[in-house]
Design a protein around this ligand. Structure first.
Ligand code: AMP
Ligand code: MG
Length: 278
């Protein structure tokens, strides 16, 4: 599978993970496969909703232009958006800063039956915050364990957590930033900040390596997705989602069957009581 699942405590060297790996499929084949997988993920989400025991949290992180918006839009094409919520995490507001860093995140964690997609996340608090030294090192260092404890709490409350790092090369980023200048419809996304952040590329890569290594756990794994090719990226994400949800299929179906039996029994009892009183 093109996406690489990081094992707990595995050392991560992003330089040694290709950004342009596309797997064995051609672009056309990949698009066909994505259709099938998208349908499967959509069906699984319907079961998740109906069974009502679990929620799904999908986290997207990546450098500017890595394709977080694009990958999220693609997922929204194959899930039912009625039980789905996308949350984007920006520079914290004064109110958010007056709370602990997980406060704004916990508030939008997906409730049972639904899907939450994070465009950036609590990981910014060990990424941008670390690179720009927005808090002392001792404060951000303590956050890896705090994040693990938080995600473990979510998992033990029925949340299935998957985290994607969209991995692009520095050269691909430059091309995408330059393309934004050329494209009238994309120019709104332009920001001087993106070029400034780019100067700290290596610091960000080191920050990502440590965050991914320390916070990839059995119950909330990190996946590094080669993201230079958008079609390969979307397929890799769909593969991971299908693989993550598939094991729940049978339990969810069993749960639905038992709910169905209970509802039928209640209905039969109700009809019997009507017949008696008639
Ligand atoms: P964008 O994703 O382009 O809308 O930009 C959002 C910006 O918010 C990025 O530059 C992030 O680094 C920044 N950001 C998100 N979370 C935090 C945080 N906790 N502290 C500081 N900056 C943040
Ligand atoms: Mg940006």
């Amino acid at each position: 599978m093109p996406a690489r699942r990081i094992s707990p405590n595995q050392i991560v060297r992003l330089d040694s993970i290709p950004t342009d790996y596309t797997g064995d499929l051609s672009k056309d084949e990949a698009q066909e496969r994505l259709k099938d997988l998208g349908k499967e993920v959509g069906d699984l989400q319907e079961l998740l909703f109906a069974a009502g025991d679990h929620s799904l949290l999908i986290v997207f992180q990546g450098m500017d232009t890595a394709g977080k918006d694009g990958a999220i839009n693609r997922i929204l094409e194959y899930v039912n958006v009625q039980s789905c919520r996308v949350s984007s995490f920006k520079v914290p507001t004064p109110i958010e800063l007056a709370h602990d860093f997980l406060w704004r995140v916990h508030a939008v964690a997906p409730p049972k039956g639904s899907v939450g997609i994070f465009n950036r996340s609590h990981y910014e608090d060990v990424l941008v915050v670390r690179v720009k030294q927005l808090v002392p090192e001792a404060v951000w260092r303590a956050r890896y364990e705090q994040i693990n404890a938080f995600e473990s709490l979510l998992a033990s409350s029925g949340t299935i957590v998957v985290k994607f790092f969209l991995h692009i090369s520095k050269k691909e980023q430059e091309e995408r930033l330059l393309a934004r200048e050329q494209d009238v419809e994309k120019a709104w996304k332009l920001s001087v900040g993106d070029w400034k952040e780019r100067e700290r590329w290596d610091d960000y890569q080191r920050a990502y390596e440590e965050a991914i290594a320390r916070c990839s756990t059995e119950h909330a794994p990190w996946y590094v997705v080669p993201a230079d090719k958008k079609w390969a990226r979307d397929l890799a994400v769909a593969e991971v989602l299908a693989e993550t949800l598939r094991p729940y299929r049978e339990p969810w179906l069993a749960q639905l069957a038992s709910v169905g039996v209970k509802a039928k029994t209640e209905l039969a009892e109700y009809r019997a009581s009507l017949a008696q009183s008639a």
